[in-house]
Design a protein around this ligand. Structure first.
Ligand code: PRT
Ligand code: ZN
Length: 302
């Protein structure tokens, strides 16, 4: 009996990364039928098994080879690696994890923030102070690099209330819109780390697992490129062709198509690697382009 090779992937069970992780797999053609609270799911149409775990456990699942790949915030990955490196006695070495590619969602930043009214000049203002964070590994490395000695208090959640309760003078926490900081009377001072979701990999897949992984990564890259690309179609007078092609954003090789019934104009079709904004379209129009159409792209494969 031969057993089919299946790729195991760890994603967040529920939370901020769940919807985007599932959507990405779906766009890669991987359909999951998951009942609530189910921790494991077999995809029917691609040899993938998905493990639903807490985001904090994803690096360990990948590092230990329970899963060959995972989708996790880079903040969590780097924190786990920093803690493992700082804690020499730690039996789990996360340094073997390979980061394959950024996924474009889950964007946030790990920032230092102080109460409004704190006389903050630069990072040296934090010398001798107490900083509350859930990211002691990253923060410790950052302060060391900046040569600042400060006390770190670890909190697992609600870090933003620490200054009000006098537990700490400052905080180091994730920020996306900045609304939480503002609500709690805090001012962001320094960005310690910019983060987004990343695809991570165990370094020792079998050759068959690696083949599946390559296929999946190629699909993910295709999805990401399609998301950031647009298909643009327009008509151009022949004598303006060069100027109009030069104005197309991030397009390498446009296709020129003759137009029935006219010798003065052609159609241009092009994939633009960047967003096509209204001002780009206005610029093309001012150069003589007409009938400009911008379309979303669903999938791309080179
Ligand atoms: O249960 P599990 O352990 O899996 O989930 P979790 O509660 O640890 O994580 P979750 O779902 O809250 O976040 C998962 C990941 O989302 C994080 O590790 C980041 O990579 C990413 N992410 C993106 C964020 C944010 N944006 C974010 N804004 N994670 C947390 N926040 C929090 C932040 O801690 C603060 O409390 O949102 C608040 C700030 O948001 P703004 O918009 O007010 O600035
Ligand atoms: Zn978590």
């Amino acid at each position: 009996m031969t057993t089919e090779t299946r790729l195991k992937i760890a994603i967040q069970k529920s939370g901020r990364l769940y919807d985007d992780s599932i959507a990405l797999l779906k766009q890669c053609g991987i359909k999951l039928v998951r009942s609530k609270d189910q921790l494991f799911c077999k995809a029917g149409n691609f040899p993938v098994d998905v493990y639903f775990v807490r985001d904090d456990d994803i690096p360990a699942f990948v590092s230990e080879g329970v899963c060959q790949i995972g989708i996790v915030g880079e903040n969590v990955l780097i924190e786990k690696q920093a803690r493992a490196a700082q804690n020499k006695a730690s039996d789990s070495d996360m340094s073997n994890i390979e980061k394959l590619l950024p996924l474009g969602f889950g964007k946030c930043r790990l920032s230092l923030a102080v109460p409004n009214g704190f006389d903050y000049k630069d990072i040296s203002s934090l010398a001798g102070k107490t900083i509350a964070t859930s990211y002691k590994g990253i923060l410790r490395d950052y302060l060391k690099e900046k040569n600042i000695k400060a006390k770190i208090v670890t909190m697992e959640g609600a870090v933003e209330i620490a200054p009000r309760t006098k537990l700490a003078d400052a905080i180091c926490d994730l920020v996306s819109t900045g609304a939480t900081l503002a609500t709690n009377g805090l001012t962001e001072t320094d960005i310690v780390f910019e983060s987004q979701c990343v695809l991570i990999q165990n370094p020792d897949p079998t050759p068959a697992e690696q083949d599946l992984l390559n296929r999946l990564v190629m699909r993910i890259k295709g999805v990401l490129r399609a998301q950031s690309s647009k298909y643009i179609m327009l008509h151009s007078p022949l004598d303006k062709l060069e100027e109009i092609i030069a104005a197309l954003p991030g397009s390498e090789t446009p296709t020129i198509v003759p137009l029935e019934g006219t010798k003065d104009s052609v159609a241009i079709h092009a994939v633009c690697d960047e967003s096509v904004f209204w001002d780009t379209m206005e610029d093309l129009k001012s150069k003589g382009a007409t009938d400009i159409l911008v379309l979303p792209i669903e999938k791309m494969l080179d």
